[in-house]
Design a binder for this molecule. Structure first.
Ligand code: TPP
Ligand code: SF4
Length: 307
């Protein structure tokens, strides 16, 4: 049965009263991720906003066991947990490695790549707030072109972000998906599906961050929707190599056009210094990627990574 707001489980594993900022989309996403796993999970987390959400011993806002692992070793830590469960004969638990974009695109990529190449049996979720937010918003490999951060303070970032889901897909994983906290039921379905697959499963989750991106915290869900409506974030899944657009991206592909990226940029203080040339460059980047996703979805052409 397809999940909806009415039949979604009432059980909660990410409890109220955590220490994330008001309007944090990570908090929203994590709540649905743990619901999808029904609490039958061991989590491993590197330093990040998620460790803040979990809380400091002996107090926690999360009702599942969690290992805090060093920054570079999330993938290795998941491998160890999987081996530990096997050695002790424990069944029915999912190992979930979950890290920010700093901990995934940059610092944790080697241990993640090693574990994925071994096809170790866990779900890896990268929640992407497009910067090192817990330490005050430094630029990461996922920060978009033109965004002002603590380490790109005047002109904004000069480079396009790396496509981590494409990198992970190149590891021939059985399941790769891209989700967005503003579409929590789509995220829920993806985690449910990943739960029942063996091997390394990778899910990228876009999580708007009001504190770092400089928008009012009441606008979190709308910012995530605008990211999908402008094509800056595309929702999809690749199951055993078969690509499918989902949620808002699927309906835009069927019956609509993308909105201009400017509609998204003007809602956030971090883009306030973008030049016309940068906005055009970003629009072009989106258009090229969107065309390739459409071609993939309709099976017209084999996918090639964007430049
Ligand atoms: C080896 C190491 N380097 C730096 C830090 C400091 N540090 C803690 S959290 C963090 C930022 C993490 O960024 P990201 O992975 O994107 O997660 P977010 O904070 O955005 O949730 C940094 C740099 C650390 N704990 N360990
Ligand atoms: S800095 Fe951003 S991601 Fe971190 S807790 Fe605050 S809103 Fe959430």
């Amino acid at each position: 049965m397809k999940v909806n707001a009415v039949n979604l489980t009432e059980a909660e594993y990410a409890l109220p009263g955590n220490r994330t900022c008001p309007g944090c989309a990570l908090s929203l996403a994590y709540r649905h991720i743990l619901k999808a796993l029904e609490g039958q999970v061991i989590v491993t987390v590197p330093p990040s906003c998620l460790t803040v959400l979990h809380g400091m011993y002996p107090i926690t806002s999360v009702a599942v066991p969690c290992v805090n692992t060093p920054f570079a070793s999330t993938g290795a830590s998941a491998t160890g947990l999987v081996a530990g469960l096997k050695a002790t004969g424990r069944k029915g638990l999912t190992v979930l490695a979950i890290a920010g974009d700093g901990g995934t695109h940059d610092i944790g990529i080697q241990s993640l790549s090693g574990a994925a190449e071994r096809q170790d049996d866990f779900i890896y979720i990268c929640y992407d707030n497009e910067g090192y937010m817990n330490t005050g918003n430094q630029r990461s490999g996922s920060t978009p072109l033109g965004a002002i951060t603590g380490t790109t303070p005047i002109l904004g970032k000069q480079q396009s972000p790396k496509d981590i889901a494409a990198i992970m897909e190149a590891h021939c994983l059985p399941y790769v998906a891209a989700a967005n906290a503003s579409y929590p039921l789509d995220l829920y379905e993806k985690v449910r599906k990943a739960k029942d697959i063996k091997g390394t499963r990778f899910i990228h989750v876009f999580v708007p961050c009001p504190a770092g991106w400089q928008f009012p915290y009441s606008e979190t869900v709308r910012i995530g929707q605008l990211a999908a409506e402008t094509g800056l974030v595309v929702l999809y899944e690749v199951e055993n190599g078969v690509f499918r657009l989902t949620a808002a991206s699927e309906s835009i592909a069927r019956k609509g056009n993308l909105r201009p990226v400017r509609d998204y940029l003007t809602q956030q203080g971090r883009f306030r210094n973008m030049t016309e040339e940068q906005i055009n460059r970003l629009q072009e980047w989106v258009d090229v990627r969107w065309k390739r996703y459409l071609q993939r979805a309709t099976g017209l052409q084999n996918w090639t990574p964007p430049e």
